[in-house]
Design a protein around this ligand. Structure first.
Ligand code: ACO
Length: 330
């Protein structure tokens, strides 16, 4: 990149989770598992689950309205809407288009990003470039998921992990020295099979057979993703922090992807950042994929853990397998 970009940062955040809560004890009545196994292996205690008639764009709308309110602007001021999701309302049109309409952001360009849990960080980086170049002024980036709709509720190795939620951020030009300082994004397709929904695409169109074989549910090689996650978060954080001209001791707060407390603890150890600086809310939400980072970010902004001048690190990994870390000065 040779052209100077203007600084771009977050001017408002929001989040939304559906009201229904499913606890580990509820799950223990559905599959062969226990609260003790789920808590000790993952850190999750409960998750929110959308009702049957609620789709991803409905959750996205709740988070977007709250982000616009916190930014003090209206939907008409937004000229770019990006939704990161692996559970779109439908194949097409994109969920961002449905959100644009529901929100009344009629001037906005709208598109989705499909990079699993890493999607929100990718969306932020894309906004940094598009607003930074002057092409757009105010963007809404939303991570929204209804993973419960693609969860195999008979598979104890996955159904205990995921939840439904949405989180959003409004991005705009900010003062010199603030906003997005650096990011590191990447993908390793050699692990593409580790995390996927095999059926329903052009490789395996929906058929009676694909439904009978349960191919429309999310499948995952947990231990493979686990090992990858710790390495990817650590290496991309080191790269992004160094590109920002900072060291790990400058990082005030980390918003990690909320997949597993053991992954977060291992990343904290590798990065030598105190564990207390890592925001954790997966005990209450589970893994909400692309929604997990903006959901935790919004919580930390609202309860005052993130304050002006703080260096904030967002770090994620997900399907692809992909990774993405972004450093901000708040
Ligand atoms: N309850 C009880 N026992 C279980 C359960 C359960 N819910 N699930 C699995 N087990 C059993 C297994 O059958 C296995 O039994 P065995 O030893 O008799 O074969 C045992 O527990 C251990 O299973 P592992 O898979 O080795 O357990 P592990 O400690 O690796 O934890 C976990 C599994 C939690 C999935 C972990 O690997 C993990 O968190 N991986 C990363 C997942 C992740 O981050 N995913 C991101 C998805 S992001 C996206 O894009 C959606």
């Amino acid at each position: 990149m040779t052209r100077e970009l203007r600084p771009v940062g977050i001017i408002g955040t929001g989040s939304y989770a559906p009201p229904r809560v499913l606890t580990n004890f509820d799950l223990a009545r559905m599959v062969d598992t226990s609260d003790e196994w789920i808590r000790t292996r993952t850190g999750i205690q409960e998750r929110h689950i959308a009702e049957a008639d609620v789709a991803t764009s409905d959750l996205a709308l709740g988070s977007a309205r709250s982000a616009l309110e916190s930014a003090g602007i209206s939907a008409a001021d937004i000229d770019l809407v990006i939704v990161a999701t692996i559970t779109p309302d439908m194949f097409f049109p994109c969920t961002a288009s449905l959100l644009q309409q529901a929100l009344g952001a009629h001037r906005a360009t709208a598109f989705d990003i499909l990079v699993g849990c890493t999607g929100f960080v990718y969306g932020m980086a894309v906004c940094g470039a598009l607003i930074g170049s002057g092409a757009y002024q105010r963007a809404l980036v939303v991570g929204a998921e209804t993973l419960s709709k693609v969860t195999d509720w008979e598979d104890r190795s996955t159904c205990v992990l995921f939840g439904d939620a949405a989180g959003a951020a409004v991005l705009a030009p900010v003062s010199e020295g603030g906003g997005i300082l650096a990011y590191s994004l990447g993908n390793d397709g050699t692990h593409a099979d580790a995390l996927k929904i095999p059926g329903g695409g052009s490789r395996m169109p929906a058929s009676e057979q694909s439904v009978a074989d349960r191919c429309h549910y999310l499948t995952m090689n947990g231990p493979e993703v686990f090992k990858f996650a710790v390495r990817a978060m650590a290496e991309s954080s080191e790269e992004a922090v160094s590109q920002a001209g900072l060291t790990m001791s400058d990082i005030d707060i980390v918003i990690p992807h909320q997949a597993n407390l053991r992954i977060i603890a291992a990343a904290a150890k590798r990065l030598s950042i105190p564990y207390e600086r890592f925001v954790r809310n997966l005990d209450r939400y589970g893994n909400t994929s692309a929604a997990s980072i903006p959901l935790a970010l919004d919580e930390a902004v609202r309860d005052g853990r993130i304050r002006p001048g703080h260096h904030v690190l967002l770090s994620s990994f997900g399907a692809g397998l992909s990774w993405g870390t972004l450093v901000l000065r708040w």
